[in-house]
Design a protein around this ligand. Structure first.
Ligand code: HGY
Ligand code: MN
Ligand code: MN
Length: 407
């Protein structure tokens, strides 16, 4: 399979969405069913056996001549109003490597599994890595009670998606003999474009805190309640949002984002009584991230008190920073050099399934240049030539891994 086919297939999957006009594919949705059906057909055509695990991850397997399984992959779910490469490019570039092995009639001294994870973004249930945490056997049972906006629990969503919630935690769908994992992903940042590199390999994946805060004031008549003495929950939330921005700006290397906000009762002539927000805090150093997180928690309390509001602060998920495996990275760097390029090493400010897979095996990541680093945005785009380089490098990387395993 060549890069043009990978680009075409990203467009095909990019056209499968829950809503017209934007790309949005949450966990367990009919659009996720549809893309799993399309990709499983491509996996079979590539000579792979295909299975779906208890949470709905789609897994293609290309047998090898010896023991061990090397895992490639990424996710097929998306954020809201997404681009078409974040996730699918990693699955389809991996599939291209398998198709090239099949076309050459070649088997590696290990099996290769390509996993299309069912939920990495956490759009529906707020926690990230649900697919890879089950695959890696790290899904916490308590998450099954999580509810989406309609009050549907994760357990119900798993069942509706054809999975089996009872068999989720404490088990893993990954084979016992995993030797490593490598994920291809768009960089989602500006470095490769600024340095004019088509690809680069990842040194570490940032840690992240996924939090929720609520501010409760007193709803009232917009026309009759004087400004003095109001308990305006939205003003409290707004002050907090700007404080989060200022605090992150003052801590080099950190980011803090309020991406979701709900305002109730939500009428133009009513003073907001209740506001719920999401808070996403990240830094490559966990101690700095935790300090910033705790600073924001205390600021939320101070702002609420100063405005006569109540507040709540909850942690949905904490993920520690993860370093990629030095040996796998050395093989990936060699593969990049084998393709006559300099091997650039760079950190990831985005979270990836590789962070979860690091719990069960050595991991590496290959980043692909994307236009202006745009991502989580329909403007996401990659060049076909860079995808061609990616497939070539990944083929060479698998060859290097095979050499290391005595091909
Ligand atoms: O949030 C992230 O970094 C990833 O896109 N889930
Ligand atoms: Mn992603
Ligand atoms: Mn993403």
């Amino acid at each position: 399979m060549d890069a043009a086919t990978v680009m075409e297939r990203c467009s095909v999957l990019g056209g499968v969405s829950e809503e017209p006009g934007i790309l949005v594919r949450p966990y367990g949705s009919s659009s996720m069913h549809e893309v799993n059906g399309i990709v499983s057909g491509w996996m079979r055509d590539a000579g792979m056996s295909v299975r779906t695990d208890a949470i709905g991850n789609l897994i293609g397997r290309y047998e090898g001549t010896g023991n061990g399984t090397f895992v490639l992959g990424s996710h097929l779910d998306t954020v809201r109003d997404a681009g078409k490469y974040d996730g699918p490019l990693g699955v389809l570039a991996a599939l291209a490597c398998i198709e090239r092995l099949r076309d050459r009639g070649e088997r590696l001294p290990f099996a290769v599994e390509v996993v299309a994870f069912a939920d990495e973004e956490g759009l529906r249930f707020g926690t990230t890595y649900l697919g890879s945490s089950h695959y890696a056997g790290a899904l916490e049972k308590r998450l099954l009670e999580l509810q989406d906006r309609d009050g549907v629990t994760l357990a119900e969503a798993v069942r509706a998606f054809g999975g089996d919630p009872e068999s989720l935690s404490g088990t893993r769908s990954a084979p016992e003999d995993i030797v490593g994992y490598c994920e291809v992903h768009i960089e989602q940042g500006p470095v490769l474009e600024e340095r004019n590199f088509p690809v680069g390999f990842v040194s570490a994946i940032t840690g992240l805190s996924r939090l929720r805060a609520s501010f409760s004031g007193r709803a009232g008549h917009a026309g009759t309640v004087p400004m003095e003495g109001r308990k305006d929950a939205l003003c409290a939330a707004a002050e907090f949002v700007l404080e989060a921005e200022a605090a992150a700006k003052s801590e080099p290397g950190s980011v803090a984002t309020v991406g979701e906000m709900s305002v109730r009762p939500g009428a133009r002539n009513v003073i907001p009584g209740q506001v719920e927000i999401s808070v996403d805090v990240r830094h490559g150093d966990d101690a700095i991230r935790e300090r910033l997180r705790d600073h924001l928690e205390s600021k939320a309390a101070k702002i609420s008190t100063s405005r006569g509001c109540e507040h709540r602060w909850e942690a949905d998920q904490e993920s520690v920073a993860v370093s990629t495996d030095p040996e796998l990275c050395a093989l990936l760097a060699r593969a990049i050099e084998d393709a006559s390029m300099e091997a650039l090493r760079l950190p990831s400010g985005a979270g990836h399934d590789a962070a979860q897979m690091a719990e069960v095996c050595p991991v590496a990541m290959l980043f692909v240049r994307c236009k202006e680093g745009i991502s989580h945005n329909p403007g996401e785009s990659v060049e076909e030539e860079d995808v061609a380089v990616t497939i070539d490098v990944m083929g060479r990387f698998l060859g290097r891994v095979a050499e290391g395993r005595g091909r």
